[in-house]
Design a protein around this ligand. Structure first.
Ligand code: SF4
Length: 510
């Protein structure tokens, strides 16, 4: 019989969450490096280079891969012969581990969890509680798998109950097409087939905890029906041409993972959950011999990809920027921003719109005239940092506020990630402004361009406050120009057309 001490689980969970905040799984890095090597779309290749360089910088600097350090999901398999030593419940032990990880002063992680979810939505400040799934199994060990899932990819979870005769492949292809790029591809699709509605969603999430192994599946002499389905989906999803960050390209998914369970004869439940560019998960086993400390990966496991702004990037002085100047920018142009930008995301937008609708002035000290607003919720800084990792958040969530905010503030541009929805595009065109994107999942790299940061308004919103950032050569791409032309529409359409001529299959290693 193994005796698991309370502190051993707490310390192991805390260490593992710190570990995954800055170390990508090496199989994921390898798969991303291979995708980067075979990518033919310059825009997608540039985005993947930023993701890979960001990954290496995070591993070296022990700072988060992404500013969204995720909600913690834990799968516990508790051996039937395990005995516990401690006063806390197992749920409380796990949550104490989460608390210690997210408030670690050496690498403070962003607290993103709000409670209650309906109504006040107060940030719990330590990222608790985790979502915990427990199974009792034969044996005398405690098996722990955990993940930190970002909102951008979690928000794209989809579920359906198909008729048994329906095409599951068609459902997946239609669903992935509808997701847009807010899940920060390239990543991994987790698919759960069968069981009941809740079981299929749980399997889709659990499938994402496995390693990337589509290479091995391809080499199998006798693939199972699920292996064949994985390969078919891998090929067909990549042939959609969505590409890294939705810019159009050869690789949208690095792997497709599937779990299945027996189901009712009348049903075919199916769920899909994507894992993003900030794929983060770990697995360890407690045997009663003390806490587990995960071995750090070797930096040689990262490819020697370095990212530098391409020679065509245009330097922009934000201090003299005018409405006339932004109208010379075309979608697809790469820019290096220099000067001051303002930040604001969901909660700040809601407040700004309330002020505008009530005829009240903008917050003291905030002048939006001819400025760009960056949709971001940064990680708090440590040491000499101006700000912690500060990558873009999904812009579509701001679409419903965009027309009112552009009307009431004097802003001339926005910076976020992924495509805009119909109302966002219409507002951009109506006001003759621009929408720029930074690379989602390259948050630490982006933060290196931020030289100074200060809170200007709505301090009570924490990471959602309005900041002023002073940036130096911050890399962005014009995603929607002032005429409303969008790279997220033209890029994937162009690559979907071209992929008929390009074999969408595993290339050689980088
Ligand atoms: S990579 Fe994108 S989806 Fe993933 S956590 Fe970061 S911002 Fe969210």
């Amino acid at each position: 019989m193994a005796v698991i001490k309370q502190d051993d689980l707490i310390v192991s969970v805390a260490d593992a969450l710190q570990y995954i905040s800055y170390y990508h799984p090496t199989d994921f890095v390898q798969a991303m490096a291979e995708a980067h090597a075979r990518e033919e779309s310059p825009a997608a290749k540039d985005a993947m280079a930023q993701i890979l360089m960001n990954s290496r910088m995070s591993a070296e600097g022990h700072r988060p891969i992404c500013q969204d350090t995720g909600i913690v999901v834990v799968f516990l398999r508790v051996g039937m012969n395990v005995r516990w030593e401690g006063t806390l419940s197992v749920t409380e032990m796990v949550n104490e581990g989460v608390r210690r990880a997210y408030t670690n002063p050496d690498n403070i992680l962003r607290a993103s969890v709000v409670d209650p979810p309906f109504g006040a939505r107060q940030n719990t400040r330590d990222n608790t509680p985790a979502v915990i799934h427990t199974e009792i199994v034969p044996g005398d060990t405690l098996d722990v798998r955990l993940a930190a899932k970002g909102g951008g990819s979690e928000n794209k979870a989809k579920f359906a109950v198909l008729n048994p005769s329906d095409s599951l492949v068609d459902w997946v292809l239609d669903t992935v097409t509808s997701l847009g790029a807010g899940w920060c591809p390239p990543g991994i699709l987790g698919i759960g087939i069968g069981g009941t509605p809740e079981k299929s969603l749980l399997m889709a999430k659990e499938a994402l905890l496995d390693s990337v192994d589509i290479h091995d599946v391809r080499q199998k002499a006798e693939p199972s029906p699920i292996d064949e389905l994985r390969l078919e989906l891998y090929e067909k999803v990549n042939a959609l041409g969505i590409g890294a960050q939705g810019l159009g390209g050869v690789t949208t998914v690095l792997d497709v993972k599937i779990l299945q369970h027996a189901t009712h004869a009348a049903s075919l439940p199916v769920a899909l959950i994507p894992n993003c560019a900030a794929t983060r998960h770990a697995h360890f086993v407690l045997t009663g011999d003390g806490p587990v400390s995960l071995d750090p990966p070797k930096l040689e496991d990262w490819p020697s990809v370095t990212w530098t702004p391409d020679a065509d990037s245009r330097r922009v002085d934000l201090e003299t920027l005018t409405r006339e100047e932004i109208q010379t920018w075309n979608s697809g142009d790469r820019l290096l921003l220099n000067g001051r930008i303002l930040t604001g995301r969901d909660a700040a937008h809601k407040r700004l719109v309330e002020l505008i609708e009530n005829g009240e002035p903008m917050p003291d000290g905030v002048d939006f005239t001819n400025r760009l607003i960056y949709y971001v919720g940064p990680v708090d800084p440590v040491g000499a940092e101006a700000v912690g990792p500060a990558g873009p958040t999904t812009a579509t969530r701001m679409d419903k506020f965009t027309d009112a905010v552009l009307t009431g503030t004097g802003l001339i541009g926005m910076i976020g990630k992924a495509e805009r929805g119909a109302s966002g595009l219409a507002a951009i065109k109506k006001h003759g402004v621009v929408y720029l994107i930074a690379v989602g999942g390259a948050a630490y790299l982006v933060s290196k361009a931020i030289r100074k940061a200060r809170v200007l308004a709505f301090e009570d919103l924490g990471m959602e406050a309005i900041y002023e950032f002073e940036v130096e050569d911050m890399p962005v791409t014009v995603a929607v120009d002032s005429t409303g032309d969008s790279v997220h529409l033209s890029g994937p359409a162009q690559w979907r057309g071209r992929l008929g001529d390009i074999p969408v299959e595993m290339g050689k290693s980088a």
